[in-house]
Design a protein around this ligand. Sequence first.
Ligand SMILES: Nc1ncnc2c1ncn2[C@@H]1O[C@H](COP(=O)(O)OP(=O)(O)OP(=O)(O)O)[C@@H](O)[C@H]1O
Length: 278
Amino acid sequence: MSTATIKDNKKAEITENGIFYPSSKIMLDLDDLKKVYPTPKGDYVVLEHLNLQIMREEFVTIIGHSGCGKTTMLSMIAGLNPISGGRIAVLGNPIKGPGPDRGVIFQSPSLMPWMTALQNVLLGVNQVFPHASKKERHEIAKYYLQKVGLDGAFDKKASELSQGMQQRVGIARAFAIKPKVLLLDEPFGMLDSLTRGELQDILIEIWNKEKITAVMVTHDVDEAIFLADRVVMMTSGPRAKIGDILKIDFQRPRTRKTVLEHEDYYTYRKHLIDFLEH
Ligand SMILES: Nc1ncnc2c1ncn2[C@@H]1O[C@H](COP(=O)(O)OP(=O)(O)OP(=O)(O)O)[C@@H](O)[C@H]1O
């Protein structure tokens, strides 16, 4: 097992734990990112000098104390929150706002309650693939609903679905637009632990197949380790930035059992908990 403290990973090409990441492999580049919120008491600098490169086909989880700016960072990558300084680029192209190259899964899936599961997924598919035939668009939406285990619930209204089923629709909706980057903001935070485990398995199964770049904020250290290629630790705010990065060397595909039984598991876990406690 190897770990590395990233003091300054600003370079376009980085070497970490002996692995060389060429710039051609960088999917997402956060360069000297800054975010300031104006408040009645004056400007609040949430993030400053935040540098992070995320590779193609990489699954990165982000942990940090409550209020450090994880959602702020993710919403800026999504293009939903303006940048105060620095740059965010996808495959070298600076982002200018939200776009279909970035899919988002929030803690609450915010479905249209009066629409069916299928119609909710089709909303995004229709927008992103306007030139595909109606049959093709339905096939895409149904494929991903099947993948999340909702074969029998295409025509159920979102309001009739449990929270876990609604989040399954949220996952299907995000994958169905075939984004380059999937952004997940504590997507399982509101679910009971059994449902949470089921959805982690579904997420990782689809991700294993599609291998799109994924960035996921979580408060759960075990979830962070189970899913990630690298766990990114943010310092506490104000002026939060990347404090440390832990590479998770478990082979894929992974199962919870093999991960929990791996001799490095508790070393990884201790590393993350030590970071959060200091
Ligand atoms: N629109 C806003 N205006 C002013 N301050 C804001 C705004 N949005 C967030 N903040 C502040 O910015 C800081 C970072 O918030 P953010 O939600 O990004 O943190 P977080 O790490 O995602 O928190 P949590 O883990 O609790 O979800 C917090 O102190 C929050 O109060």
